[in-house]
Each structure stands twice: as C-alpha cells, then as structure tokens.
Design a protein around this ligand. Structure first.
Ligand SMILES: C[S@@+](CC[C@H](N)C(=O)[O-])C[C@H]1O[C@@H](n2cnc3c(N)ncnc32)[C@H](O)[C@@H]1O
Length: 271
C-alpha cells in the first residue's frame, strides 16, 4: 500500500493500488471530506468536474455535477450517478451511430456506458474496462437495474486492455488517462484495439503549465486527477506517437488552480 510515500518514490503498481483504493471508496461512498478538499476540488473551475468528489460545503453532489456537464440523469440508477467521477461528457461529443462498438476506458459506475448504449442500440455494444472490482460490481448492478444487455464490463488495466485487436469503432474515456502511470501505453493499446478509421473522444485533465514537484508528489492529488496529469501538448504528442491522426483538443472546460483543466481530446486511427 502507498502509506505516506511520495508518488515519485512509488512504483507503477503501487500508484495503481493507491488509485484502486481511492476509487473503491468512491464506489462505496466513503471518499473522505479531506480528499474532496484537495486535488481538483480546490479549483473553482472544478464545479464541473466530479473526479475529486462533490463539494460538501456547497452541497454540490455528483448528480449535480453530471447534470452541469449535460447528462440527462432522468431514469439513471442512483448507483450510476452517485459514483460518477468524470470531468466531461465525452459521449455527447463522440457522434456515436447505431451498431457501433464503443470502448470506455476506466468505466467506473457505468454512466457513460449507459448513455452510449442507447445511442448504439441493440445492434451495437459498449465495453467498459476498469481495474477497481468495486466499480465493476457497481456498474453491473446498475446495468441490471436498467435492464440493459448491450454492455460488457471487463476487469482489467487500460495499459494492457482485455480487448481484441481491430475490434472497436470508438474509444471514449472520462477523467481516467491522467491516472495511468504510462499514458503512452494506454494510447498504444487504444490504437491496437480500434478498427482502421476508428476514433477516440476523451475528456481528461491536462496541464497548461507544469505542476510543482510538491503537488505532483501528493498521493491525494494524484488520485484526485491532478497529480498525474501531463502538459496538454505532451498528451497530444503521446497520441500522435501511438499512431493517431487529426489529434486535437476540441474544447476546454476552464482553468483550475494549478493550471490543470478539463479538455475534450479527439483523434483518429488511419484507414
Ligand atoms: C475518475 S474515475 C472516472 C470513472 C468514470 N469514467 C466516470 O466518469 O465516472 C477513474 C476510474 O478509472 C479507473 N482506472 C484508473 N486507472 C485505471 C487503469 N490503469 N486501468 C483501468 N481502470 C483504471 C478507476 O478504477 C476509476 O473507476
């Protein structure tokens, strides 16, 4: 376990364990007020990011945050909205079509998968990969409650995805890749699983300027989706290095205290 170690002293597996521990607590509803006060929660702009959790003092809930990001939460199971931890609404911008296969990286309690499942219909499918067992369990229960059958929850690491080569039309992700120690690996995996011509639409936290070493070293800031964020240009370059074309930030959702902001990022696997 991470204990009081600094992020720079931790191996990749230890960082992932700290992330898993934090998001188990998000799934269980025991993410502490202290944690909510740190990381992205400090930032005024983060009223539209729930990665760090709801703001106790203003009684802004994860449901409110999802609604502020444009989600229609009507009819969604409470279990899907109470553990929402995104910083954008990638499905709204992904232009999904009937029959498409969608892959959600770090699918959490499943909110984006459920929205996507309606768009791709019964001839399509939505696969979610997450490394936190409590999130996978919660997402499965939520899908049962909704009676949705075109969703497939897979336990696994987005740095080594349990997904076949050339099998996916669209990769989406919401506030997750910042948490991966090896972002280059995530993008190479996304490229591998996409069909030729397949596309990526993610929302994620990126930086407009480097973080201080102190901030980067705090476990709570890392698990709160800030400490692991990289410069926006570096993020785009990682995608290009993996083989993606037409890589760009399509829109931004405000600056935060440390120069970290939520961005919508798109790319395409060549035909
Ligand atoms: C900030 S939450 C976002 C969850 C969801 N996308 C949403 O918008 O509510 C991050 C999620 O990504 C998962 N995650 C983080 N790193 C991961 C990795 N390397 N592989 C798979 N899942 C990961 C966590 O378990 C957690 O469920």
């Amino acid at each position: 376990m991470s204990g009081t170690k600094k992020i720079s002293e931790m191996k990749s597996d230890e960082i992932k364990e700290a992330v898993r521990d934090a998001y188990s607590r998000v799934a269980e509803g025991t993410w502490t007020a202290d944690e909510q006060e740190q990381g992205c929660c400090d930032a005024p702009a983060q009223t539209t990011s729930s990665c760090c959790g709801p703001r106790e003092e203003t009684k802004v809930t994860r449901v409110n945050l999802a609604q502020a990001l444009g989600y229609d939460t009507e009819g969604m199971p409470t279990g899907a909205t109470e553990s929402f931890a995104g910083c954008g609404n990638p499905v709204a911008l992904a232009s999904l079509n009937e029959g498409e296969v969608v892959l959600d990286l770090g699918s959490g309690a499943g909110l984006d998968m459920f929205v996507a499942s309606k768009k791709v219909g019964n001839t399509g499918k939505v696969i979610g990969v997450d490394m936190t067992p409590a999130m996978i369990e919660k997402a499965k229960k939520n899908a049962e409650e909704l009676g949705i059958t075109n969703v497939d929850f897979r336990f696994g690491d987005i740095e080594d995805m349990p997904v076949d080569d050339n099998s996916v039309d669209v990769v989406i992700s919401n506030c997750v890749i910042n948490l991966a120690p090896d972002k280059g690996k995530v993008f190479r995996e996304a490229f591998r699983v996409l069909k030729p011509g397949g596309r990526v639409m993610v929302s994620d936290i990126v930086l407009s300027k480097p973080l201080s070493k102190e901030i980067r070293d705090e476990v709570v800031t890392y698990t709160g989706c800030i400490g692991g964020a990289i410069l926006d240009e570096e993020y785009l370059q990682n995608m290009r290095d993996a083989g993606f074309q037409d890589v760009k930030i399509t829109s931004k959702a405000g600056q935060s205290l440390y120069g970290a902001y939520s961005a919508y990022i798109a790319g395409k696997k060549p035909e």
